[in-house]
Design a protein around this ligand. Structure first.
Ligand code: DAH
Length: 359
């Protein structure tokens, strides 16, 4: 007869040797499954004499329970081993440094564009744009620079190659003033626009770069006068330099597209290597302005007997130098990471008049 004890020992040995869940499950099925060996032995009990059954029955029952328990224990230890290998291979090293954040800062020129736009936006100005490659008509003729007028020469214009003898060659706009023309031709007064942009002139020295930045302002309405211009610009300068009071003066000047024309100077003082805007003992010119010339209004189909307007143009690069104490213009265009990090601004801190301009 089948020796239960030997069977027990062989089974326990093979259960112990098992290394995978699948092999363990195969043993369970082969021994304890419906058609398994132990199940078959149990069935044989029915054919035995009562005496045989008395000893064989409990022995088989014990075998069944012990083997079931041994398989369950082995299953647990296999599961634990599986978990341990996963824990070893799938760990995250929390001592590693975090992945570096991508670094990027806003160029001071961009920051100042945003600040200027925020200030004038608050006064109801809308942003307008024009192309960098302009026609002679928008850049000069419509702005009342007659052909051959010496004022054209002062602009050191970059011209494109002429297509034919009749058409004046295209050019890189020398100022943002052509956006005035585009705005006045596109819409009816009242007009209140601000045009930030790049401008180009053939000059290259310590204080001039062939590409630089301007912001143009234009207001057209009925009954607009010099007082509005002056008030608007004083409000702008106070807000931009974040000072309570500024002393300004308007000095007569000549621009073909405005009459009268004036440059605005602000008082400033030298504080060591810094400049303080608002008061002091010296004057600094910071922008050009004037009342829009009747010829310019006529060129754009606006009746100068009904409408008047004022305009102004500001150099953004120099405004940035003055406000943020940058002594030199050249690094603006050198893409030096250290300079950018020092003078740059967070792109997330959008300037606003109510929330603060320069963070
Ligand atoms: N366009 C002039 C320049 O680049 C600046 C300027 C002066 C703009 C007076 C204006 C203005 O709108 O009224 O030199």
């Amino acid at each position: 007869m089948f020796d239960i004890n030997t069977l027990y020992k062989t089974l326990i040995a093979s259960i112990q040797k098992t290394e995978t869940m699948e092999a363990l499950e195969a043993i369970r099925l082969a021994e304890l499954g419906k058609r398994g060996r132990i199940s078959a032995l149990m069935k044989e009990l029915g054919k035995m004499s009562p005496d045989e059954r008395k000893t064989r029955g409990p022995a088989l029952n014990t075998l069944k329970t012990d083997i079931t328990a041994a398989i369950a224990r082995k299953k647990e230890s296999l599961e634990e081993a599986q978990l341990n290998t996963r824990l070893k291979t799938e760990f995250a090293d929390l001592t590693l440094p975090p992945r570096p954040e991508p670094k990027g800062v806003l160029h001071p020129v961009m920051q100042v564009f945003e600040e200027v736009a925020a200030i004038f936006g608050d006064m109801g100005f809308r942003i307008a744009e024009g192309p960098d490659i302009e026609d002679d008509w928008y850049n000069f003729t419509a702005l009342n620079f007659p052909e051959g007028h010496p004022a054209r020469e002062t602009h050191d214009t970059f011209f494109f190659q002429a297509l034919d003898k009749e058409t004046p060659p295209k050019l890189l706009r020398t100022h943002t003033s052509p956006v005035q023309i585009r705005a006045m031709m596109a819409e009816k007064p009242p007009i209140r626009i601000l045009a930030p942009g790049r401008v180009y002139r053939n000059v290259w020295d310590a204080t001039h770069t062939p590409m630089f930045h301007q912001v143009e302002g234009l207001v057209i309405d009925k009954n607009v006068h010099m007082g509005h211009l002056k008030g608007c610009l004083i409000d702008f300068i106070k807000a931009f330099f974040e000072v309570e009071t500024v002393e300004v003066r308007m000095r007569p000047h000549f621009f073909p597209f405005t009459e009268p024309s004036a440059e605005m100077d602000v008082k400033y003082s030298n504080k060591g290597d810094r400049i303080e805007i608002g008061s002091g003992d010296q004057w600094m010119e910071i922008l050009g302005s004037g009342m829009v010339h009747p010829n310019v209004l006529r060129n754009c189909g606006i009746d100068p007997d009904i409408y008047q307007g004022f305009a102004f143009g500001v150099g953004i690069d120099r405004l940035a130098m003055l406000k943020y104490g940058m002594p030199d213009l050249r690094p603006y265009f050198e893409a030096d990471a250290e300079w950018s990090e020092h003078y740059g601004f967070s792109p997330w801190l959008t300037p606003s008049v109510s929330g603060g301009l320069s963070g």
